[in-house]
Design a protein. Structure first.
Length: 323
């Protein structure tokens, strides 16, 4: 059976743009439920300035509690928590916290880079060099994100050649995987196919991932397009939570439940329990100040229909008959 790897964004990218502030206890409970549903790869939070991203102010405390909980589990060696970091200072905090995987992030738009990280693309890569030195010294895995790979809210369409050049630059740093981001959910299948075709000329499929927001309802189609090109890792967020505070018009990430539903229908293993994900969605919903966007969680799973009589069975046949 084919298999894909799902990286859960709910606790970081999912919450960073929400007006509702979950407590550390609530976030830890959410993490436990996600792990119980089969999540093995997940971001716990971000070691960024609380001044600019107040939702992530509790990341240090949450990471400590999360690592303690994970250490007690029989499946501890199969769980891969990570945190987002912007620079050397964030990396030092990650080292102090004892976490063994971090993620760095850059943009493919100069304007977005300045607004999101207060530095140019070139300056962000200078910061990454210091991060990678520390990562090698402390045996910490580093994942990379590239945002605005298709469309920027300030510069509009992004030249694929620029994306490929920046992706190759990040690959040369030594990150184990690069997540290609549709930050404002504006990409369509044609763009996805073209960009990944170009990326795959330089970077192996196993080192690429897809990060699609569902602003225009195209995320699942884009994921499918990338999957058919050999990409096997995708980022998603429980309930469809998320968005970037510095990207006007961006709504949530694609919902984990919807992604799993699609892949299960294709007989592709995600390692996740869809029923438990839906239960987690329903547990989380009352804490939020808006409806969660997951379509699957709203309607639930299909229940098998049993024919109770020959007459009923015949009517079902007629409904399915092609004329």
């Amino acid at each position: 059976m084919s298999r894909v790897r799902i990286v859960e964004m709910g606790l970081r990218d999912g919450l960073q743009n929400e007006s509702t502030h979950l407590s550390v206890v609530q976030r830890l409970e959410l993490l436990k439920k996600l792990i119980d549903a089969g999540s093995a790869n997940f971001e716990v939070g971000a070691f960024v300035s609380a001044k600019w991203v107040p939702q992530m102010a509790v990341s240090k405390d949450l990471t400590k509690l999360a690592l303690n909980d994970i250490a007690k589990r029989k499946s501890a060696n199969k769980l891969h928590p990570s945190v987002l970091i912007p620079n050397e200072e964030g990396m030092l905090q990650a080292i102090e916290a004892g976490i063994k995987e971090v993620a760095i992030f850059a943009a493919c738009s100069e304007t977005f880079s300045q607004i999101n990280t207060n530095c140019s693309i070139d300056e962000s890569f200078e910061r990454f060099k210091l991060v990678m030195v520390l990562a090698k010294k402390h045996k910490i895995k580093v994942r990379g994100y590239l945002s605005t790979c298709f469309v920027c809210p300030f510069e509009n369409m992004i030249d694929p050649k620029k994306v490929v050049a920046i992706a190759r630059r990040m690959h040369a740093l030594g990150v184990y995987e690069i997540s290609i981001g549709d930050t404002i959910g504006a990409a369509h299948v044609g763009q996805v196919k073209y960009l990944f075709t170009q990326l795959l000329k330089h970077i192996p499929a196993k080192q690429l991932a897809g990060h699609f927001h569902d602003t225009r309802g195209q995320a699942l189609a884009n994921i499918l397009a990338a999957y058919e090109m050999g990409i096997k890792t995708f980022d998603s967020s429980i309930g469809g939570l998320g968005g970037c505070p510095y990207a006007p018009g961006a709504t949530g990430n694609v919902a984990t439940e919807d992604v799993v539903y699609m892949f299960e229908g294709m007989k592709v293993n995600t390692g996740l329990n869809l029923e438990k994900l839906i239960q987690t969605n329903h547990w989380l919903q009352p804490f939020m100040d808006h409806a969660l966007s997951s379509k699957v969680a709203k309607v639930g799973l299909l229940k098998p229909i049993k024919a109770t009589s020959k007459k009923y069975a015949k009517s079902r046949f007629m409904l399915n008959k092609k004329y």
